[in-house]
Ligand binder design. Structure first.
Ligand SMILES: [Zn+2]
Length: 88
């Protein structure tokens, strides 16, 4: 009986983890890709990507939701606006 409970807890836990991962991915995918961002905000190529809010060229990158994530999000260091996503 106890092992059955453990199994149920385990399966439910796995389900929640998968659900959570899917939600994070969906949230990440709501940001534009770098190409979409460039087309929308930086149509003049060659000058580098800049922030669509403050115009800063200081754009930093981090993992989305957690540091080591392959889902990367790029943000303006100056005004802390999230700008676009890339994956690695
Ligand atoms: Zn900015």
């Amino acid at each position: 009986m106890e092992s059955l409970i453990m199994l149920v807890v385990f399966v439910v836990g796995l389900g929640l983890m998968a659900l959570n991962a899917r939600n994070i991915k969906r949230k990440w995918e709501s940001w534009p890709t770098v190409d979409e961002y460039m087309n929308k905000y930086n149509p003049s190529k060659g000058r580098g990507i800049s922030c669509c809010k403050c115009g800063s060229h200081q754009i930093w990158e981090s993992g989305f939701e957690k540091d080591g994530s392959d889902m990367r999000i790029h943000f303006c260091k100056q005004c802390k606006t999230y700008l676009y996503r890339t994956s690695r």
